[in-house]
Design a protein around this ligand. Structure first.
Ligand code: GLU
Length: 444
């Protein structure tokens, strides 16, 4: 079987970590199996879909290293969906409904007050032609529902195992509705998704578990339209300490993480592994994640998404990042400098700060009595050229001469040379500063 998967975001906003996890899992699976990855833009909602978001989705996926083989837009396939709707009508599986949103809302509330689930009562299915004509004369426009067969929909989910759902627990889904200011009847996602998955030969539908009941309904649609039913895989959702992760919780947009200096592989490393039985580790490339990918490792409990964990992974990756990976982002910085400071950085932006500290002017944070001590260290400074061993040789000479040790010995030197109490190792900073600048700062 040829494996074809799709990632199907709606361009009504930017990608957030939940979407990206779905994209990444689809991608890792298809790259492992060998096959095609389709980027499907779900833009049937023409009011809320924006080109700016479609561009943003492409940009974010590219930044992450998630490549796609083909791209489709639902807004360009309305004809296909209308044709499918005709097929359903011919089978008496599509019926016109005239309830207004307000009427449906009242019905749902009445059911809820009796402790019943909000299942549509199929009142419109019983309408005679005269009643329909009367509604139309009143100016009501119909929407169309799919008549579910009363049968059990079952599938073997690669994460959830056997899933079984009865149609009697569900409403007949709306497939066509009046949409947009032009008053046109348009196909909605439920139908569009099945037509696309069927016609574009999607072998595996991998998405969040919020789509489980969609899958049940869609199985009947696949069958009614004569398509093979794809293999379904539903991932448990992500949650944060404060609850479920949704588009409404701000700060989880991928571009916000990027702007905050998070590396793409930190995002990938975390999202490939949370919610699985594998430990989260920092990976500097996607290849090992592809090789180790397996749906059997995914659990059914919600996966914990924690920004602090992302930051930790990011630091680990930053500390090993080769100069070539940062050169363009830090145009002033040279390789020797990068290799000397990277192990102590919390973010890429900090490298620039340390560049200024080494090459610019600093204000020493040194107390007056330490200033006298620091001056006396000048006479023990080794001769040039300096390397990583210079610092230890220097301190070995200063120690007996001044009778200081530990923090008392090194902290005044650090404060005099950098103006900071923390930072990259002094043994690495010393050669970057050079003898003249060190003498100048010690005597200031
Ligand atoms: N556009 C849908 C969503 O973002 C796609 C769901 C699916 O994968 O079928 O939820």
């Amino acid at each position: 079987m040829t494996v074809t998967v799709r990632f199907a975001p709606s361009p009504t906003g930017y990608l957030h970590v939940g979407n990206v996890r779905t994209a990444l899992v689809n991608w890792l699976f298809v790259r492992k199996m060998g096959g095609q990855f389709l980027l499907r833009i779900d833009d049937t909602d023409t009011e809320r879909s924006k080109d700016e978001y479609t561009d943003g989705i492409r940009e974010d996926l590219t930044w992450l290293g998630i490549s796609w083989d083909k791209e489709e837009h639902q807004s360009k396939r309305f004809d296909r969906y209308r044709l499918a709707a005709e097929k359903l009508r011919a089978q008496n599986r599509l019926y016109a409904c005239y309830e207004t949103p307000e009427e449906l809302d009242v019905q749902r509330k009445m059911l809820a007050s009796r402790g019943l689930p909000p299942i549509y009562n199929r009142a419109s299915l019983k309408l005679t032609d005269e009643q329909k004509a009367k509604y139309e004369a009143e100016g009501r426009r119909p929407h169309y529902r799919f008549l579910l067969n009363d049968e059990e929909m079952t599938w073997n989910d690669l994460i959830r195992g056997t899933v079984a759902m009865r149609a009697t627990t569900m409403s007949d889904p709306v497939l066509l509705r009046e949409d947009g200011p032009d008053g046109q009847i348009r196909p909605v996602y439920t139908l569009a998704s099945v037509v696309d998955d069927g016609e574009l030969n999607i072998s595996h539908v991998i998405r969040g578990e919020d789509h489980v009941s969609n899958s049940a309904v869609q199985i009947q649609l696949f069958k009614a339209l004569g398509f093979a039913v794809p293999q379904f895989v539903h991932m448990a959702l992500l949650k944060t300490k404060d609850g479920e992760l949704s588009k409404r919780i701000g700060g989880n947009d991928i571009r916000m993480l990027r702007d905050a200096g998070i590396l793409p592989m930190a995002v990938n490393s975390l999202l490939a592994r949370i919610g699985t039985s594998d430990a989260v580790e920092a990976f500097s490339e996607l290849t090992p994640l592809v090789e180790q990918f397996d749906f059997k490792r995914f659990g059914r409990a919600p996966a914990n998404y924690d920004v602090a964990e992302l930051e930790k992974l990011n630091e680990k990756l930053l500390h090993q990042l080769p100069f070539a990976a940062v050169k363009d982002k830090l145009p002033q910085v040279d390789e020797q400098f990068w290799l000397s400071v990277r192990a102590n950085l919390k973010s890429l932006a900090e490298a620039q700060v340390w560049w200024e500290i080494v090459h610019g002017n600093i204000t020493s944070g040194l107390p007056a009595d330490d200033a006298a001590f620091v001056k006396s260290t000048i006479e023990h400074l080794p001769a040039a050229p300096w390397d990583e061993h210079t610092y230890d040789a220097w301190l070995a000479a200063v120690k007996p001469a001044t009778n200081r040790k530990g923090k008392e010995l090194f902290m005044p030197i650090r404060l005099a040379l950098t103006g900071q109490s923390h930072g990259p190792e002094l043994k690495k900073l010393l050669p970057l500063l050079g003898r003249d600048k060190v003498i100048e700062r010690l005597s200031a």
